[in-house]
Design a protein. Sequence first.
Length: 258
Amino acid sequence: MMSKVLNHVIAEVHLNGKWIPVDLTLDQRTYERLFALLHARYAETMGKPRWGIQSVCLEYYADHVLAAYPTAKMIHMIRDPRDRYAVQLVTRDSRGLRKAATATANWLYSIKVAKRNQKRYPRQYKVVRYETLVSHPGQTMRDICAFLDEDHTPLTSAPEDTFRYKGEEISTAFVGYFPRMMTAREVAFMQACAKRDMLAYGYELEPTPLSLSDALPFYVVDQPLNLAHMLSWRIWKALELRFPTRMGRMLPSRLTSA
């Protein structure tokens, strides 16, 4: 699994072919060591003092990551599950009963893992809400820098709460976006399943009165089928995490430097 990620990283950092074997002879020859060397080299070429990666679902592998890199720290970004699903509807073909169930199951499992990781690694694992970041980026970045034991240095002379990512200003434009994309039945199902965790992380519930024409299919069709699909998703996820190579699981990552 790690070797698949490395193929992409090696192509990005443009390493001299002689550099890798020379450094690897000084330490244990493992993918974890090679991964760290490649990222350190990339950070060096970018003039940065430390390196990091942004990776999907990395929270599932916190034990492995923090065992391989004992001084590492992880930041887990969470988002309102309704907005998260709404954005998926825009960017990919996600409409359908099973898709709403998958989005709900995925979010609930990620939250469960977040709480477990924070409890197990209180000094190395931090959960940050997307909504907090885009609403108060200045304070959020100060908090993150304190967590990382880094000095907070404003990147520009712009106002503290004005930041840009990939040329676009970070804003709250997509906070509370879900009513434009989700049906009342999708919202009702997601809130019914995720109510406790949503409220725990400050996500208010949307009133979802269902008309008679919506209530009947919701309780007779949507709810039982979605719950069944959520159960199948959990079984698949358990197998995927237990047997990652057999189930074809790969960690897609994006190389970054701090």
